[in-house]
Write a new protein. Structure first.
Length: 194
């Protein structure tokens, strides 16, 4: 028998460090862009396809009172701490969500359908807050990061190659100019070089 069966229901959704009691709605969004360019004769030409970052919308509930043994959706440790300290799970969850947004922190989200390793909260609202629970709506967007270390190395290589090429061209230019002072091509062809 699973431990979750003994302790009550488990969460279907974990947002960062916050486990929710129940999920009302999950919307997993995928979109893509196709670049289009007008041409002189005919219509648009589509030449590139790019998938946009994933978007996840969650409408969920976090309860102030236990619905079963412990707080459903909370780990056993969190439930014991919350009961012993009198911590309000609704206030703690809202504060944590607010901290994620204020600190621009990337979080992991686990839903009943999918695992998202790099998400950021872009919209958070609590349309209905009663004394017993918080019903919130959250929109999160996938973060795709690029690291500049390889770009910096490439820039340094390009700058070095450009400097070397410029130095070679400058030294050849100086030699060519010195030779040109001795005699021009036209003067040599006409026999006027002297």
């Amino acid at each position: 028998m699973a431990l979750s069966a003994l302790l009550g229901s488990t969460s279907r959704c974990i947002i960062g460090d916050v486990a929710v009691d129940g999920v009302v709605r999950e919307v997993h969004g995928l979109q893509a862009d196709i670049t289009e360019h007008p041409v002189e004769s005919g219509g648009q030409i589509a030449d590139h396809y790019r998938v946009r970052p994933k978007v996840l919308t969650i409408d969920a509930i976090i309860s102030r009172t236990p619905l079963a043994v412990g707080f459903p959706g909370q780990s056993l440790v969190n439930s014991v701490v919350a009961i012993a300290t009198g911590q309000d799970p609704v206030v703690a969850a809202w504060d944590q969500f607010e901290k994620y947004m204020n600190d621009a922190e990337q979080i992991q989200i686990i839903t009943g359908k999918k695992y998202y390793p790099r998400m950021m909260i872009v919209d958070l609202s609590d349309p209905r807050n009663t004394n017993d629970w918080m019903t919130f709506s959250m929109v999160c967007r996938e973060i795709q990061t690029a690291y500049t270390t390889s770009v910096e190395a490439l820039v340094a290589q390009v700058e070095e190659a450009a400097t070397t090429t410029a130095q070679k061209a400058a030294s050849k230019g100086a030699q060519a100019a010195a030779e040109a002072e001795d005699a021009s091509i036209l003067a040599t062809l006409l026999g006027l070089a002297g």
